[in-house]
Every structure is written in structure tokens, then in C-alpha cells.
Design a protein around this ligand. Structure first.
Ligand code: ADP
Length: 481
């Protein structure tokens, strides 16, 4: 199967969150089970300085707002994998700080992502590749699906292609000006009007042959107003083409025995270096080193948005820090109110709280590998990847039972000794407080701690499993006609 994957993010070239990890991992999974993925992303600012990518002789051109535009093509492969990645060059669209232009998004994101999607089709024509599956990810590349339907379905290369939309986060939808979209695409406004505007995600949903939510629970949750973000009725209307597949992990990258971002490797049978790593993390990131090997270390690595449930911590963790019961190490950035909260927390409890603002791949791996617990109290969580990574390092997730967290972390039962995490139900400070206290008492019971860590490290969420589930669904789609 030829699978064309187009994404706004792709690890390691351009990453903001989990979308990058999965856009990078799925093709690896597909390739390992015998298929041919081809990836297309924008050539964002700075990629060619950081990575080995080459300018090709190819370029593609098309008319946009009545002007002929030319887009040179660059190429590379995924690291250590023979999977082609093509980069669309357009300095005026992509040579800017950041991928999206947060917090409100660049005003011309409609054009930036439309150009990406249309270029992907034009590139396939240039390369004479016939994609069996066109794999779109979130609102940014949901435009592939109306493009397939309205512009390319009669082209011999695409006449039997199927369009699949993976929804990583239903909160972000790409509300664009309808007139501008029509001017850019020449589509019929009646085919794309939604509440007086153009909604990229909704249009993608309309024209997708299959919609994949990134966990089975999230596929059910988005049918409800609490999680559907205004599109719940649309998802319900299309429930026969909506499924959930849990994301997976590329264990070649996130592995305690071989992770290239950490120095002290360890395994299920020898955890000595996990403790050494924890001691080093404590030394580097906390003011003084009181009995740090005995104090439980709770890690967080997160984009700071209201999705991540950081609000629950305020007025809940202080009581625990006041008593010096644990240390908290946090890495993340995003909304100012959360950054200020963690800065203030660190100022108030310098012995017990360390906050690093910003994006830091290396530190993320250190926190995931060497902490005792990993906290994700999300309000909603389509899948969540960090809890899957944490499990593989024997770092016990403390999560709210929602979306992919519910599907991937099994609550630990002290009687049966089954389960691999601490799970709480209600989105409430008291529920989080109880979960934290449970975690801390578990930490001091070495038999139970051993059991839960063992269970965590045994969990298997490999990307190959996820990739195979995708392929099974792709096959069903292709055999339909
Ligand atoms: P989301 O996509 O909602 O941000 P996921 O759990 O799916 O959440 O994926 C988050 C990914 O981004 C993980 O690989 C995590 O390690 C990474 N990440 C998040 N924040 C940071 C940060 N500040 N520095 C480095 N990596 C981060």
C-alpha cells in the first residue's frame, strides 16, 4: 500500500506536541509491516540548519489567488529509516517563528495549510505515485479530503484513493473566512459552509472515507457536548465511519535501555540506574539535596492549556508540598497563567518544586525516565503519549480517567497487585489530592511499588500494533469498492 501522510508536525523535524510523535511513528510502523509511506510537511524556519535535508530539482506550481506560485521541494528521510519526507518550501508562508503562530494562530493559516495539502497532491503527480491511502491529521491537513473529493478524484492517480482523517484533538478546528477559502479553492460554498464560516475540521469530516480518533474512549467521548467542541452532532451523524485506535510508541526512541537522550540506562531487571538518574535530576534541578533519593519525585511534561488540568493542582498540591512529602519537577510552556503559577510555586517551595519553562526534548526524556510518578490530571485527553512513555520507564502515571488515559492506564489494585497506574475519576481537586496521597503511600511500600513498576514496564503499546490496526482498516476501505 502506498500511504501519503501529510501533517503540520513531524518528529524530529517540527514538533509542538504528540501530533509530531505520531506522524513520525505511524509511517515507521507501516513500513515495518511492509507498506510504503511517503510524508509531506512544510519546510519551516530553521529545519535545514538543524537537519540534513536536501534541495531537489523538483518544484511544483499552481495558481493561488489568481497568481502563479512556485514551491521548491526539499527532501530527507526519517532518521534511521528509509522513509521519504518531502518539505514544501515557501518562505513567505513557512519561514516564521513557530509552527502555528500561537496563541491565536497566524492570520493566513488557511493559506499556509491549504498550500501544504494541495502541494502534496501536486507532488504525487510530479513523482507519479499513486497513493492508496491519503492520511490527514487534524484540521491542518483535513483539507486533503475536500481536495481529493472536489479537485483530484478524477485524476488517474487518485481515482481509487481513500481519504482518512485522524483526529488528535477535536478542540482545534481551523475556522477560516469562507469567502477567502472559496477564492483560494474555487470550491462550491454550499459544500463547505458551516455556521457562516469555513471550518476545516468539519469539512474534512464531511469528505473523509474514514475518521480515526486517537483512542477508543475519545471516539465515544466526542459524540458528547462535553468533548465534541460543537461538532458532537456531526460526529454522531457520521458514527458509521468513526472509529478509535489507540496511539502507540516507537520503542526504539522511548526505551530505558537505549534512549539516546538519557545517560543512565536501565531495564526491568536492573533499576539501579533509574535511581542514579533520579539523584542527578534532583541535584541539577533543586536547590538543595535533602534525602532526595528517599523523597518521591513527581514529574510533569506538558503543553500548558486548559486541557491538561493544571487548574486542579492549585490549592491541592500546596498542602502536600508544605509537609515536604514529595518533590515536583515540571517542564512546559503555554498559557501565561500556568507559567506564573509554576514560577510562584517554585519560588514558594524552592526545595520541593522545580519548574523549567520552555521546550526541551532532553529534559522531557529525563523527567519521564527518572521520576517516580508522572502526573497528567487532564480535563480531556484524546490519547496522551507521555503516560505511555512513562510506563515503559517504570514511572507510574497518575492520571484522570478520561480519553486515552482511561484506555492505557489500568488502576492499581493493592489486593490483586494488578494495574500499572493511579487513576482518579472526577475532575476535582479532592480527587486529585486523594490520588496523590495514594501514590505517596504506595511509594513507601516497597513490595507494592515493585509490583506496580513491574506491571508498568510490561505494558505493550508499540507503534507496530497501532500501525497494524490502521492497515486493517485501510484494507477494509480499499476492498469496499
Ligand atoms: P499533546 O499532543 O496534547 O501535547 P501528548 O501527550 O500527546 O500531548 O504529546 C506530548 C509530546 O510533546 C510528548 O512527546 C512530550 O514529551 C512532548 N512535550 C510536551 N511539552 C514539552 C516540552 N515543554 N518540552 C519537550 N517536550 C514536550
Amino acid at each position: 500500500m502506498n500511504i501519503l501522510l501529510v501533517s503540520a508536525e513531524l518528529a524530529p523535524f517540527a514538533k509542538v506536541g504528540g501530533l509530531a510523535d505520531i506522524s513520525g511513528a505511524l509511517p515507521i510502523g507501516w513500513k515495518r509491516i511492509g507498506h510504503n509511506p511517503i510524508i509531506v510537511i512544510p519546510k519551516y524556519k530553521g529545519i535545514e540548519e538543524q537537519f540534513h535535508i536536501l534541495k531537489t530539482d523538483l518544484s511544483i506550481s499552481f495558481t493561488l489567488f489568481e497568481k502563479e506560485r512556485v514551491f521548491p521541494i526539499w527532501t530527507s528521510t526519517l532518521p534511521h529509516e528509509d522513509i521519504p519526507v518531502y518539505f514544501i518550501e515557501s518562505d513567505d508562508l513557512y519561514d516564521r517563528p513557530g509552527i502555528y503562530g500561537n496563541p491565536d494562530g497566524y492570520a493566513d493559516n488557511d493559506e499556509r495549510f491549504f498550500v501544504l495539502c494541495k502541494s502534496a497532491f501536486e507532488l504525487m503527480i510530479k513523482l507519479d505515485i499513486k497513493p492508496d491511502i491519503i492520511s490527514a491529521h487534524d484540521y491542518h491537513t483535513a483539507l486533503l479530503l475536500p481536495l481529493l473529493q472536489f479537485t483530484y478524484s478524477k485524476h488517474p492517480l487518485f481515482e481509487s484513493s481513500k481519504g482518512v482523517l485522524t483526529i488528535h484533538n477535536a478542540q482545534y478546528q481551523g475556522w477560516y473566512d469562507l469567502q477567502r477559502m472559496i477564492a483560494m479553492t474555487s470550491w462550491n460554498p454550499e459544500d463547505c459552509l458551516w455556521k457562516g464560516e469555513f471550518n476545516a475540521l468539519k469539512t474534512g469530516i464531511d469528505y473523509a472515507d474514514l475518521i480515526i480518533a486517537v483512542s477508543p474512549s475519545y471516539a465515544k467521548e466526542i459524540l458528547m457536548p462535553e468533548f465534541g467542541e460543537g461538532l458532537e452532532n456531526v460526529y454522531s451523524q457520521y458514527s458509521d465511519k468513526l472509529i478509535g485506535i489507540l496511539n502507540g510508541v516507537d520503542y526504539a526512541l522511548w526505551n530505558p535501555e537505549s534512549d539516546t537522550c538519557i545517560e543512565h540506562h536501565f531495564s526491568k531487571s536492573d533499576l539501579t540506574n533509574k535511581l542514579i538518574g533520579k539523584i542527578q535530576l534532583n541535584k541539577h534541578y533543586f536547590e538543595d539535596n535533602i534525602d532526595c533519593d528517599k523523597l518521591p519525585l513527581i514529574g510533569m511534561v506538558s503543553r500548558f492549556t486548559d486541557q491538561k488540568g493544571i487548574d486542579l493542582l492549585e490549592g491541592c498540591i500546596e498542602n502536600i508540598l508544605e509537609q515536604g512529602l514529595c518533590r515536583l519537577i515540571v517542564l512546559g510552556s503555554g498559557e501565561e497563567r500556568y507559567q506564573s503559577y509554576f514560577n510562584a510555586l517554585q519560588l514558594h517551595y524552592p526545595q520541593f518544586v522545580s519548574y523549567s519553562q520552555g521546550y526541551n526534548e532532553q529534559l522531557a526524556h529525563h523527567i519521564l525516565a527518572y521520576s517516580d510518578f508522572f502526573l497528567l490530571p487532564s480535563r480531556f485527553e484524546p490519547c496522551g503519549l507521555t503516560q505511555l512513555y512513562a510506563l515503559n520507564y517504570g514511572t507510574i502515571p497518575i492520571v484522570r480517567s478520561v480519553g486515552g488515559l482511561k484506555d492505557s492506564v489500568q488502576p492499581f489494585d493493592s489486593i490483586t497487585q494488578q494495574g500499572d497506574g493511579i487513576v482518579f475519576q472526577e475532575f476535582a481537586k479532592e480527587a486529585l489530592h486523594n490520588a496523590l496521597m495514594d501514590a505517596l503511600s504506595l511509594y513507601h511500600n516497597s513490595t507494592m511499588l515493585q509490583s506496580i513498576m513491574n506491571n508498568a514496564m510490561q505494558a505493550d503499546y508499540s507503534i507496530e500494533k497501532t500501525a497494524k490496526e490502521y492497515i486493517d482498516e485501510f484494507k477494509k476501505l480499499l476492498h469496499k469498492n
